[in-house]
Design a protein around this ligand. Structure first.
Ligand code: AMP
Length: 421
């Protein structure tokens, strides 16, 4: 038997209803906050990701699904959405009518990471991006949106972690202090971090290997190196979060390894996910629009891990238990044909109707209606068709009434339309 590829998964009926409810809630929150949906392709030119995420990152170095297509062009299954949204914003000059744009997008991402609980090779993200706003209030709005969404989704125990990455003026001073610190502690770092400490030292800060975390506990903090503007913005960020009653933890290890990322960075964590504690992450990337060939416009955004969200949301879902409102038990060739027409018409009018497509006895059709949990059964045979009246049975009360076969749709709709859909 052909099995799933490792790290990929199916979302089955029974699970998918929670996914749908989360997506629906997210869309309604985005709507309330004035975000518009944007849909972007799943495959892009490899260069888009290597330039925006950066060559010296784990994603680009070892995790991308990259192929050459039939013409030999290098293409990649997207590992994240921001790069594509930025490309689209630039390519369609979406900034000309108004540089301020707020987008969201929901869909699958692909990274060839080591699969484990909470970490997949195809996973889903809910992304939001705000373009054209310099003020840290845009970052606050994103964090507030996340907190609002998690509360509407009954996600317990979320912690908001924040940090500032500084800007091209103040970060070099921190980078040097970090390099000095790393040269003293190198022996205790994992092999990846030894490599990172040369190519992209900031990334050593968020290594999850316990020995590296221990070695980095005493690392200098970027917050001590911030310039006047970055201090001012960080203060606006923290003050505004306090005003909104959002508690937060200042986490000096929260970083993004690239120069495009500036100032505010944040992560939502929860104790429920074990090692994979981050359920959402984001921050400001003021240099990226320009670096990808657009105008010098600021931007900020976040990505929520939808798979992880489904693992921690306490939302109560009963959609899976939606049962048929009516089951048509038909006997004989002619009645089957008529029953099929009725099922189609009832489905069209929004009534959950089912039938048996085989040649089963009335007894076994009633059994099936029971198993599906149908609230009513319409029984129709050749005799009923000729006489123009069929039996409608209420499966709860066991009461039966006759309804005219010439007006089944009208009668059933009138009777069942009042039932909760
Ligand atoms: P990132 O794009 O790496 O900042 O990730 C944003 C969010 O996506 C994380 O907080 C996770 O919730 C989720 N995520 C990232 N990688 C994976 C993965 N391999 N499997 C499942 N969720 C993931």
């Amino acid at each position: 038997m052909i099995q799933l590829i490792r790290g990929f998964k199916d979302v089955l009926p029974g699970e998918v209803e929670l996914w749908q409810a989360i997506e629906k809630t997210a869309i309604s929150v985005f709507d309330d906050f004035g975000f518009k949906e944007i849909r972007i392709p799943i495959i892009e030119k490899t260069e888009l990701f290597s330039r925006s995420i950066g060559d010296n990152t784990d994603i680009v170095e070892k995790e991308m699904y990259t192929f050459s297509d039939r013409k030999g062009d290098l293409i990649t299954l997207r590992p994240e959405a921001t790069a594509s949204v930025v490309r689209s914003y630039i390519q369609h000059k979406l900034y000309t009518s108004d540089p301020v744009q707020k987008f969201y997008t929901i869909g699958p991402m692909f990274r060839r990471e080591r699969p484990q609980q909470g970490r997949y090779r195809q996973f889903y993200q809910i992304n939001a991006e705000i373009f054209g706003i310099d003020s840290p209030l845009a970052d606050v709005q994103l964090i507030f949106l996340l907190v609002t969404l998690f509360s509407r989704l009954a996600v317990p125990d979320v912690e908001t972690h924040i940090n500032s990455l500084g800007c091209p003026i103040c970060r070099p001073g921190f980078k040097q202090a970090l390099i000095d610190f790393l040269s003293k502690t190198k022996v205790k770092l994992c092999s990846d971090c030894i490599r990172r400490s040369k190519q992209n030292p900031l990334r050593v800060l968020d290594c999850k290997v316990p020995s590296c975390r221990e070695a980095m506990a005493q690392t200098p903090s970027l917050l001590d190196f911030l310039c006047y503007e970055c201090v001012r913005d960080f203060k606006i960020l923290t003050d505004s979060l306090e005003h909104l009653n959002i508690s937060f933890i200042i986490d000096k290890r929260l970083v993004r390894g690239l120069d495009y990322y500036t100032r505010a960075t944040f992560e939502i964590q929860t104790g429920f996910l074990g090692a994979q504690s981050a359920v959402a992450g984001g921050g400001r990337y003021d240099g990226l629009v320009e670096a990808l060939g657009g105008p010098d416009l600021p931007a900020t955004g976040f990505a929520i891990g939808l798979d992880r969200l489904t693992e921690i949301s306490d939302l109560q879902i009963d959609d899976y238990h939606k049962t048929p409102q009516i089951f048509i038990a038909a006997l004989g060739q002619k009645s089957k044909g008529k029953a099929f027409e009725w099922v189609c018409s009832l489905n069209k009018t929004g009534i959950r109707a089912e039938m048996d497509f085989g040649e089963k006895s009335l007894k076994s059709q009633m059994k099936r209606a029971n198993k599906l949990g149908a609230s009513h059964v319409l029984i129709v045979g050749e005799k009923e068709l000729t006489e123009g009246s069929a039996v409608l049975r209420d499966m709860m009360t066991k009461k039966q009434v006759f309804i005219s076969t010439d007006a089944v749709i009208e009668n059933v709709s009138r009777k069942l339309g009042a039932l909760p859909l």
